[in-house]
Design a protein around this ligand. Structure first.
Ligand code: 16Z
Length: 486
């Protein structure tokens, strides 16, 4: 897979200038050449053309953002994803049948009529919800930020919205749950991000495709509704650091690149440093995530969903990106029966996190709280294990962790800490040889290998690199060593 990444040109200003030039010169965006696109598993189109196409709704700037807010997002690295909504009540079960699919999609694949599903609103009463407790758990797990579903595909809003009755205000719970959440997490020092689904099964004006004038009119009303809600969220919860958009793959959205462009623009007018994921965006020709010139739209690439780039993918390290991951194979919202699929262990999850950081990415680990506001035991246990590990290692290899630009090895991953400038190896696979191989670029020499308080011995072999002797007793968990080079 191949996509073009342009180097930094000096940021937003130039792009605004270009945009105005296009407007004032009255130039029509010309489709010079159909870019060759490759579509990956989640429908991301990565352009591989060199042609420069004039776009009205393409990337709003080029290159990695370097403002303090983006640097903070990048340094955070580890985030908690929370899927919570009406689907948390049935938990994948309807009329005595347990469905294997993702619980938050139950309404769709069990073909439950809207009126029936929507009436779950009158059962939503998470009286065991304790926002302070949640934030405490998130903090102890090592999460530096959190992304919560303010509205998933079902359309139900976790905050009291002026623009719909289908919200928390009209449940037995009544209170502003999102405010409790934002306040508690903010107080705990965890940055808050909002997930918002563009796709909406509840709203009468939502359209999957635009086939005529009536669809177009309805969809323009839906767009106004979504935009109003997003501005409302920003206004009511000014602490929010950014937005994670979803449900943007339908033809209606792809045919309206202007809408996705305008939403990003509107959010940035309120908060110029707001952080928006690439999944929001489509360009003039319906190209998603990356515009028809191959430039990333939004502030970071958010396409890695339940899978990660390859260990040697150096291209991905050139952009900001974030992966999201479920603990079972494919459950986001609360599902009663996790025995239906493989449930990842803490060590499996830690490896996914470290691999992500080693490629310069962020990692969102998903939780699906129950309808009553509590977390299932499996999630609490995972949190506990991950938190223990993070308390020992995260300051070195997770927060401020980045791509180290060293040749990948089979024992684990390299991480460079951009705060301390130190280089680390994180070991997940212990070789039976008891030797860890390290290969350095030409001109670099290995000086010291630190493991806990000891220096590890090593041998150098021409052309083959270094072989480091493992300590006598290796820890019973993924562990790190520091390498000093010259
Ligand atoms: C049809 O394939 C899908 C569609 C939507 C798979 C997942 C999703 C949604 C999930 O419900 C969850 O919110 C995930 C982040 N999102 C992409």
């Amino acid at each position: 897979m191949d996509f073009k990444i342009k180097t930094r040109l000096g940021g937003f200003f130039i792009v605004i200038l270009n945009f105005n030039m296009v407007i004032s010169c009255g130039l029509k965006p010309l489709k010079v050449n159909e870019p060759k696109t490759v579509t990956d598993a989640v429908g991301i189109e990565m352009s591989s053309t060199n042609d420069s196409i004039t776009l009205k709704y393409g990337a709003q700037y080029i290159g990695k953002r370097q403002d303090a807010e983006m640097k903070k997002f990048r340094a955070n690295r580890l985030g908690q994803f929370i899927h919570w909504g009406l689907y948390s009540i049935p938990g994948g079960e309807w009329n005595g049948t347990t469905y294997l699919g993702a619980a938050e999609w139950l309404a769709n694949f069990a073909k439950i009529p809207n009126a029936t599903w929507d009436s779950l609103q009158y059962q939503f009463n998470p009286n065991k919800f304790n926002a302070v407790q949640w934030a405490k758990m998130a903090k102890a797990s090592g999460f530096k930020y959190v992304t919560i579903t303010t509205k998933h595909h079902e359309g139900f809003c976790l905050w009291p919205s002026e623009f719909t009755e289908f919200d928390i205000e009209n449940t037995p719970y009544k209170k502003d749950l999102l405010k409790e959440f934002v306040d508690a997490y903010t107080e705990a020092g965890i940055d808050v991000y909002f997930y918002y689904s563009i796709l909406d099964w509840h709203h009468k004006d939502w359209r999957y495709d635009i086939k005529n004038q009536a669809d177009s009119l309805a969809f323009s009303k839906y767009f106004e509704f979504a935009k109003n809600q997003l501005l409302e969220l920003q206004q009511k919860y000014p602490e929010v650091k950014g937005f994670w958009f979803d449900g943007t793959w339908d033809a209606s959205w792809k045919k309206n690149g202007k809408y996705s462009y305008d939403i990003q623009k509107a959010l940035k007018e309120v908060n110029p440093n707001v952080i928006v994921n690439s999944r929001l965006r489509a360009d003039d020709f319906g190209s998603r995530h990356f515009d028809s010139n191959g430039n990333l739209m939004g502030d970071y690439q958010s396409g890695y969903e339940r899978y990660l780039p390859a260990k040697n993918d150096t291209l991905i390290t050139k952009i900001d990106w974030e992966a999201c991951m479920t603990i079972p194979v494919n459950q986001w919202g609360y599902h009663k029966d996790w025995s239906l699929s493989h449930v990842k262990s803490a060590n499996e999850i830690l490896e996914l996190i470290v691999k992500t950081v080693s490629l310069g990415g962020n990692f969102l680990l998903n939780y699906g709280p129950k309808g009553d506001g509590t977390f299932r035991n499996e999630e609490l246990e995972i949190s506990n294990s991950i938190g223990n590990w993070m308390s020992k290692y995260a300051d070195k290899v997770i927060y401020y962790g980045d791509y180290a630009n060293l040749k990948p090895q089979d024992w684990g991953y390299y991480v460079k800490n951009t705060n301390s400038g130190k280089f680390y190896g994180v070991v997940f696979n212990l070789p039976l040889s008891k030797l860890l191989k390290i290969e350095l670029p030409n001109g670099k020499k290995l000086k010291v290998v630190n493991f806990e308080t000891e220096k590890l011995e090593y041998h150098h072999h021409d052309k083959m690199g270094y072989f480091i002797s493992l300590p006598e007793n290796t820890p019973n968990e993924p562990f790190i060593f520091e390498i000093l080079m010259e």
